[in-house]
Design a protein around this ligand. Structure first.
Ligand code: FCB
Length: 450
């Protein structure tokens, strides 16, 4: 039986706006999620990230907790508006100091940092100047990226440019469920291209000053047609182009999937050969966020891809309504290898929301999450056996946190957070993951969690 490679990173992931709280503290500028969550009716439980997990003030405890659990790597994001309150120009040293303390604390506890530059919290000052729809956004992002490399590349070995550009485009500019809450296909098409240019500009800047590794993080979803009909098959292919290939094809092949200009029509911007060449520059790894599979049927009324998701009776779903399909993780990792070649991969997020039940003694026995983790780690191991160059796994998430438009109503944590008291209690899944880490995966064979 294959085990996990010797240097495999066993990690946990979070993002700045979802856990930090204190979004305006110590000179930070406002970001678009602060603005969006404070406007009425954007968040299911009318909450916001003002306090979240109060990680900004409790980060030391959280790092110690990770160490107790044996977690060896931590993927977090930095808030652009904390370090550049206006997005460009004036640097807020207090913001840099916060991340410097966090990184030092991680290293003191033998936890490898993986830093994501952008996990959706654009400085509001830049949004006011056009945000990602403005082509100047690539320069803005490169300025911010350079600042961070200079400050932290001596201590941070793994960098991610942008988290899930598809979600930014689709939820932020097509569906309008995320900040900045727009519904405009022309803007979405411009944002898609601008995000790629921004990613490329940040990689470019890294090659000038960085000494380690940088990559892009995408969310990928196996998309299967709901029936054998040609119409459903084509719908699945359109959604696959929109969701899975929109960013990886330009970055790794230097091509735009041909379905996209067809779907966006006249709204699709022109891409010059020079732009495509710049976007294609080598990256050191692909970060994969994996949660679910979609089965779709053709539906002319549904979204850009004209593909509607159908649910299946007798299939397991999480509290998000996402189908649990662990073998899809292996499928996706192998698909990357086949389509794009042997690029190193990390699973940068994987996890599930369930309606956890707290027992009277305060413990949280989250058996469904234990099962979810186990199945997905077994699938990851299968992908390694099949030759995928998989370097690490980051569970989403370390802590229950602010789940965007769902507010605090959906819990993804390995560690339960009581948002009234900020008390942290590791769930059974945290104990299980800890055992997996301690045994380098051998605990996956433990039948007590079958
Ligand atoms: C991903 C996001 C992450 C979290 C999980 C559940 O799409 O990157 O912030 O919301 O989903």
């Amino acid at each position: 039986m294959t085990t996990f490679p010797a240097n495999f990173l066993w990690g946990a992931a979070t993002s700045a706006y979802q856990i930090e709280g204190s979004p305006l503290a110590d000179g930070a500028g406002e970001n678009i999620w602060h603005r969006f969550s404070h406007a009425p009716n954007n968040i299911a439980d009318q909450s916001n990230g003002d306090v979240a997990c109060d990680h900004y003030r409790r980060f030391r405890d959280d790092v110690h907790l990770m160490r107790e659990l044996g977690i060896g790597a931590y993927r977090f994001s930095t808030s652009w508006a904390r370090v550049l309150p206006e997005g460009v120009g004036r640097v807020n040293q207090a913001g840099l100091d916060f991340y410097s303390r966090l990184i030092d604390t991680l290293l003191e506890n033998h936890i490898q940092p993986m830093l994501t530059l952008y996990h959706w919290d654009l400085p509001q000052a830049l949004e006011d100047r056009g945000g990602w729809a403005d082509p100047r956004s690539a320069d803005w992002f490169a300025e911010y990226a350079q600042l961070m490399y200079r400050a932290f590349d001596d201590r941070v070995p793994l960098w991610c440019t942008i988290n899930e550009p598809w979600v930014i485009v689709d939820q932020g500019y097509v569906e309008g469920r995320h900040a900045p809450g727009r519904r405009d296909w022309a803007e979405a098409a411009a944002v898609s291209k601008n995000l790629l240019c921004a990613h490329a500009a940040a990689v470019d800047a890294y090659r000038a000053v960085g000494k380690h590794a940088i990559g892009l993080v995408v969310n990928l979803v196996p998309i299967h047609p709901a029936s054998d009909s040609d119409a459903d098959r084509q719908a699945a292919q359109r959604l696959d182009a929109y969701l899975n290939r929109q960013f990886l094809d330009p970055v790794l092949l230097g091509e735009v999937p041909p379905e996209l200009p067809q779907m966006f029509g006249a709204d699709w911007p022109n891409w010059t050969a020079d732009e495509l060449r710049r976007i294609r520059q080598p990256i050191d790894f692909v970060g994969v966020n994996y949660y679910l599979r979609l089965r779709v049927c053709d539906d002319p009324k549904t979204g850009l891809a004209r593909a509607r998701a159908v649910t299946q009776p007798n299939c397991p779903y999480t509290a998000m309504g996402w189908e649990i399909y662990s073998q899809g993780l292996a499928e996706i990792l192998l698909w990357i290898k086949e389509r794009y070649g042997d690029v190193p991969q990390y699973i940068t997020e994987n996890g599930a929301a369930f309606d956890d039940i707290s027992l009277p003694n305060g413990a949280v026995d989250d058996a469904p999450r234990v099962q979810y983790l186990k199945e997905h780690l077994v699938a990851a191991r299968r992908a390694i056996e099949a030759g995928v160059n998989l370097r690490g796994y980051f569970a989403w998430s370390l802590l229950d946190n602010f789940e965007w438009q769902c507010g605090y109503s959906k819990r993804f944590g390995l560690v339960h957070v009581d948002f009234a008291t900020q008390r942290r209690v590791p769930k059974s899944s945290a104990r299980f993951y800890s055992n997996v880490i301690r045994t380098d995966g051998a605990a996956l064979e433990d039948k007590t969690h079958a």
